[in-house]
Design a protein around this ligand. Sequence first.
Ligand code: FE2
Length: 135
Amino acid sequence: MDFIEWDDSLSVKVNEIDDQHKQLIRLINELYKAKKEGRDKNFLLPILDELINYSFVHFTTEEKYFIRFRYPETEKHQRAHSGFVDKVTDFKEAYYDGSATLSDDLLEFLKDWLINHIKGEDRKYIDFFQKKGLK
Ligand SMILES: [Fe+2]
């Protein structure tokens, strides 16, 4: 069983965004698996990098729709996105220079943040996007 399993309760009813969420889950699962297998930093850092880069790509996709459709909660949602990118980037730098280790807490944070974000902030745009005809 994977660390995070995707199921329909995570769907935001937009295929493109669901696919991106699945990709983020895949990367967190990959990081979890690599840590569990005792892989070293040279193996873990590129996965972490990919997770940060892909988060950025994904958040940009959501924000592009917020702007296009004038989503009323754009600013609050964008702040949540940039808070996440900042936090994970800070961690990556600390991990890179040896002042932090990739702990179970960090993996739990990634998992909880993503699930709570999808089921909280993201869920709020489902009806709004559907009314705009996005699928
Ligand atoms: Fe989001």
